[in-house]
Design a protein around this ligand. Structure first.
Ligand SMILES: *Cc1c(COP(=O)(O)O)cnc(C)c1O
Length: 431
């Protein structure tokens, strides 16, 4: 399903609509159909054998590949400026596919401590059961990543724009540290999307997404993706045997030698996705493709509304502080201008003068804004992390993650900005 009509120099808006897609060869359908099928008929026995040996590209079974999902994979690789992508059932599944492909028991990686709460639990608790050790560091000084690297470290992981702390990480500096250590930098670009931030241009090697958020954009479909830049040299040291040594499950095939600059996503698909099975459904891929077509327009409005609401809240008497990198008051404003030139996203946190109780009152007091655990919807969303997403963390981890008792997180949607401000204002009046 190679897209031949979208030139690489086409603008972002054009590629968001066209990359990876083409009229359906069987029917001429202009929109990408939902290929709601589990399996695909082989031409003959030789064709089937070639497919199973990875000697030809094609469709076998939708746990591995599906034509609708393939359009989304190609579109995401294109928008990030990467070589190839593999989709998964959720952002967490994409993270699992990435680390399963990189790590063996006893291996380590270094991660920013300012991550989505679920990632902290996945890395710190569940991964440990597989023998993978994550060292969390304060990402605001890039040297902290360098200091945590040991001979067993196989990757660095961070969110450029971190949720919920409002932190922007110095991507270029951390990429240089990863390069020196001969290990890939993995960036979770969920909060920024490729419209606002281009991690590969600053030296990242792998990008992961929860497409559940802004990419899908409508709060209707879970999904995830792993994208590789195609520039990382897996053979520069002996740290990545899964890429450079023969794979027993494929008659001794060596993924880096055979597939070169898309070897990582091939391996993630042909082994991790095949054997663990978190495949993206074609219907969710369709919803996500449809969402991406309006990504540039939506992100522009998300950012404009967030800027407006954040400025309003900064002047509100019930609000102690607003942590939004789009405001000049943010210590991350300059980093945001460098890495997020089109805006610092639409998720930010505020600290309420009334503490924990005020946080609970506000989430219960708003009317239009939905109290729920998601971000990146067309609708404005509100959450009190200390009583929900960050509840399972220790008090110390909560504070480190920017989720103290007085903190409320907002994901500013696409409604009329005045309506969002009015709802927050009435919700704040009793705090
Ligand atoms: C939501 C989210 C995830 C996890 O994605 P799911 O699709 O919910 O599994 C990972 N990282 C970030 C930044 C997120 O916002």
């Amino acid at each position: 399903m190679t897209d031949t009509k979208t030139p690489p120099e086409a603008g972002f808006e054009t590629r968001a609509i066209h990359a990876g897609a083409h009229p359906d060869p069987a029917t001429g359908a202009r929109n990408t159909p939902i290929y709601q099928t589990t399996s695909y008929v082989f031409d003959d026995a030789d064709h089937a054998a070639d497919l199973f040996n990875l000697q030809t590209f094609g469709f076998i079974y939708s746990r591995l590949t599906n034509p609708t999902v393939a359009v989304l994979e190609e579109r995401l690789a294109n928008l990030e400026g990467g070589r190839a992508a593999v989709c998964a059932a959720s952002g967490h599944a994409a993270q699992f596919l990435t680390f399963f492909t990189l790590l063996g028991p006893g291996d380590e990686f270094v991660a920013s401590r300012n991550l989505y709460g679920g990632s902290i639990t996945q890395f710190g608790i569940s991964f440990e059961k597989l023998g993978w050790k994550c060292h969390f560091v304060d990402p605001t000084d890039p040297e902290n990543f360098a200091a945590a690297i040991t001979p067993k470290t196989k990757a660095i992981f961070l969110e450029v724009l971190a949720n919920p702390g409002g932190i922007v990480v110095d991507l270029e500096a951390v990429a240089a540290i990863a390069k020196d250590a001969g290990i890939p930098l993995i960036v979770d670009n969920t909060m920024a999307t490729p419209y606002l931030c281009r991690p590969f241009e600053w030296g990242a090697d792998i990008i992961v997404h929860s497409t559940t958020k802004f990419l899908g954009g409508h709060g209707n479909s879970l999904g995830g993706a792993v994208i590789e830049s195609g520039k990382f040299d897996w053979a520069q040291n002996d740290k990545f045997p899964s890429m450079t040594e023969p794979e027993p499950a494929y008659h001794g095939l060596t993924f880096y030698e055979t597939f070169g600059n898309f070897g990582f996503t091939m391996k993630a698909r042909a082994v991790a996705l095949r054997d663990f099975g978190p495949a993206l459904s074609p219907t969710n891929a369709f919803n996500t493709i449809t969402g991406i077509e309006t990504l540039p327009l939506r992100m522009e409005r998300h950012v404009a509304n967030a800027q407006d609401v954040a400025t309003f809240l900064e002047g509100h008497p019930a609000v102690d502080w607003v942590s939004y990198a789009g405001l000049t008051s943010s210590p991350y404003h300059n980093l945001a201008k460098k890495y997020l030139p089109k805006g610092a996203g639409s998720v930010f946190t505020i600290g309420l003068k009334g503490g924990y109780e005020a946080g609970v009152k506000l989430v219960e007091g708003v009317e239009m804004i939905s109290h729920l655990a998601n971000i990146g919807d067309t609708r404005s969303l509100i959450l009190h992390p200390a009583s929900t997403t960050h509840r399972q963390l220790t008090e110390e981890q909560r504070l480190a993650a920017g989720a103290g008792p007085e903190v409320v997180r907002l994901s500013i949607g696409l409604e009329t900005a005045n309506d969002i401000k009015n709802d927050l204002d009435q919700g704040l009046c009793n705090t």
